[in-house]
Design a protein around this ligand. Structure first.
Ligand code: SAM
Length: 364
């Protein structure tokens, strides 16, 4: 159906815009009559002045917009690119991020429209993102956090989400991730750009493929190492079609040293993303990997929400998992990790199956 409001709007606008172009029409009258000449001069000056003012204002707005960086985030960008935001950086201090975010200007085509709603929303989003990433309270000790979630009715939400989570497929294979966590991971890949992923718990291999594909879609190189005690679970199609960037390793997470030996780990490029998703020997495995991890590397400990307990068929005690993780984070190794509330609370406080689960490594 034709959008009549648009036509109406256009018909109002066009005659207005035409006014300056109609000005030359009464030129003979202006020349012959002194009174009309004086008044017309004033009118003409007013019209020309107004139009010039509008033109200059629009141009300067457009120029400002083009210069306005998409990422004036004050974060150190991987590859040495950085932007100074003074006060924010000072506030962030030791917690300053090494996140990598694309330097992107607001599209020129959009900026040319001036202060329209889309432009304003982009600027608003940019400011909000800037504040969230540079917030002095972004990185938190798990002990300063509360064991709660903003999710309303978390038990029934977990039950509802678990239905979708356990029938989620990627490339035709089952993958144990819910919608929030997939979205949060994709943000982590956008900002942190991990070059190495170490996943403990491959299951069908779909999550390893998703990690690899996500990095590839974002345009950077990343190798995914995925370990599982049970190699037979890996989907045959994934085994045969997987790219070189995905490496499945059969092994026991309780003896990680025998699977991922030091000479193999040391040369792997950073930042790393370590994903703990097998729920066994968490502290032992993470203490071993920690020796090879740098400041700015990320660790995601999955399924720490106590509300997922009743939804799991396996009988794994997820309340225990949260307490095991807390115990680990209290110790000398764990203290180097802070909860990154930017990711963990992306959709609300602990609105994830990984309560306090998105952690960043810091210098001691
Ligand atoms: C929850 S699933 C992993 C899900 C997968 N990461 C995903 O997102 O689709 C846990 C996996 O851990 C594996 N696992 C259990 N115990 C293990 C161990 N000791 N070492 C390595 N893997 C183990 C299981 O075989 C299972 O495939």
């Amino acid at each position: 159906m034709t959008d009549m409001s648009y036509i109406k709007h256009r018909s109002l606008v066009i005659p207005f815009r035409s006014i300056p172009f109609l000005i030359p029409v009464p030129v003979p009258v202006i020349i012959t009559c002194p009174l009309v000449r004086e008044r017309s001069k004033t009118f003409l000056l007013l019209v020309v002045g107004t139009r010039m003012f509008r033109f200059l204002a629009k141009t300067s707005r457009a120029t400002r917009s083009i210069r306005f960086p998409w990422n004036s985030l004050g974060v150190e960008v991987a590859g040495g690119n950085s932007t100074n935001i003074g006060a924010h950086r000072a506030a962030v201090g030791r917690a300053k991020s090494t996140d990598s975010t694309s330097q992107r200007a607001i599209p020129e085509s959009l900026a040319m429209y001036g202060e329209n709603d889309y432009f304003k929303s982009l600027r608003c989003a940019n400011e909000q993102l800037h504040e969230a990433l540079a917030s002095p309270t972004r990185f938190q000790s798990i002990y300063d956090r509360e064991d709660r979630t903003d999710t309303s009715s978390p038990e029934s939400t977990a039950l509802r989400e678990s239905y979708g989570k356990y029938i989620t497929q990627y490339r035709g294979s089952f993958m144990m991730k819910n919608a929030y966590d997939l979205a949060i991971y994709s943000q982590l890949f956008n900002h942190v750009q991990p070059r190495t992923v170490i996943e403990i718990g491959s299951f069908t291999g779909a999550s390893a493929m998703w990690f690899s594909d996500t990095a590839k879609l974002l345009g950077y190189d990343c190798i995914v190492y995925s370990i599982d005690i049970e190699h037979g679970l890996i989907d045959e199609t994934i085994k045969t079609t997987k790219p070189q960037t995905v490496k499945f390793i059969q092994g026991d997470a309780t003896k990680l040293k025998e699977v991922l030996y030091p000479s193999m780990l040391k040369p792997l490029p950073h930042p790393w993303l370590v994903v703990e998703d097998c729920h066994h020997s968490i502290a032992t495995a993470l203490t071993y990997l920690n020796q090879f991890m740098n400041t700015g590397d990320y660790l995601v400990i999955e399924d720490t929400s106590p509300y997922t307990l009743k939804t799991e068929q396996s009988g794994t005690n997820y309340i225990d998992k949260l307490n095991i993780v807390k115990e680990f984070l209290k110790g000398p190794v764990g203290r180097q990790y802070k909860v990154d509330s930017f990711f963990t609370d992306f959709y609300g406080y602990n609105c994830t199956w990984h309560w306090h689960g998105f952690l960043r490594k810091f210098d001691e």
